[in-house]
Design a protein around this ligand. Structure first.
Ligand SMILES: C[S@@+](CC[C@H](N)C(=O)[O-])C[C@H]1O[C@@H](n2cnc3c(N)ncnc32)[C@H](O)[C@@H]1O
Length: 209
């Protein structure tokens, strides 16, 4: 028998699960309201995910925070789209967040969402492959590319010592196997806290073989 679907996570349950203050939750609510307003025009996220946004987007993003190395200051989120996970991490207090997004219309949304939520982020309106590397502590990505391509694209940052936190689906083992011949790295997997069949993949000491 298949697992019954969980009821949608409430904003309050998200806040309790992630230890989010009332003020921070209110900024997340502002972000979600803007996302709902822009969604019909830009199709920013899968439409069905908006029936459970606190689980599918906010908890999915926020679960990365406790997996970051202590003292993390700078996060680079690649292929940010509507801002998941990067903008949520900035709202939750990561001091310096860089969002990389190639689609100019999504870039406009990201800048508006940052303005409406009073969040300081740097939005790089370009393809990741054209971004000159700079020191970052953590690289994040969700739904951008299969692992081998993701590693190629983010290597300039990871080979300088950054850790990766990639949100991955259930095919994570196949993706790791495909990457294995080209990369040496420390790998940790964490089952998604959203209850999906996905994983957070944490990679460190990434080196090309
Ligand atoms: C499927 S969406 C995922 C967006 C977001 N991370 C999420 O999970 O909701 C992938 C995003 O990556 C952007 N993108 C794809 N290739 C890119 C690249 N090489 N550099 C920067 N952005 C890219 C696309 O424009 C799109 O917004």
């Amino acid at each position: 028998m298949s697992k019954p679907a969980s009821p949608p996570l409430t904003a309050e349950a998200f806040a309790a699960a992630c230890n989010v203050s009332r003020e921070t939750l209110s900024r997340c609510e502002t972000y979600l309201a803007l996302l709902r307003r822009w969604q019909p025009h830009l199709n920013l996220v899968g439409p069905s995910t908006l029936s459970d946004p606190w689980r599918r987007h906010f908890l999915d993003s926020a679960q990365l925070l406790p997996l970051m190395p202590e003292g993390t200051r700078v996060v680079l989120d690649v292929g940010s789209g509507a801002g998941f996970p990067g903008l949520v991490l900035a709202i939750l207090g990561v001091p310096e967040v860089h969002l990389v997004e190639a689609d100019q219309r999504k870039v406009v949304f990201l800048r508006e969402a940052a303005r409406h939520t009073n969040t300081t982020v740097t939005v790089h309106a370009r393809r990741l492959e054209t971004l000159d590397p700079f020191p970052v502590d953590v690289v994040t990505a969700r739904a951008l590319a299969p692992l081998p391509r993701l590693l190629d694209w983010t290597a300039p940052f990871l080979e300088k010592g950054a850790e990766a936190l990639f949100l991955k689906g259930e095919a994570v083992e196949e993706e790791l196997t495909e990457s294995g011949s080209a990369w040496m790295m420390r790998v940790d997997r964490f089952p998604s806290r959203t209850g999906s069949s996905g994983f957070v993949l944490r990679l460190g000491e990434v080196r090309r073989v």
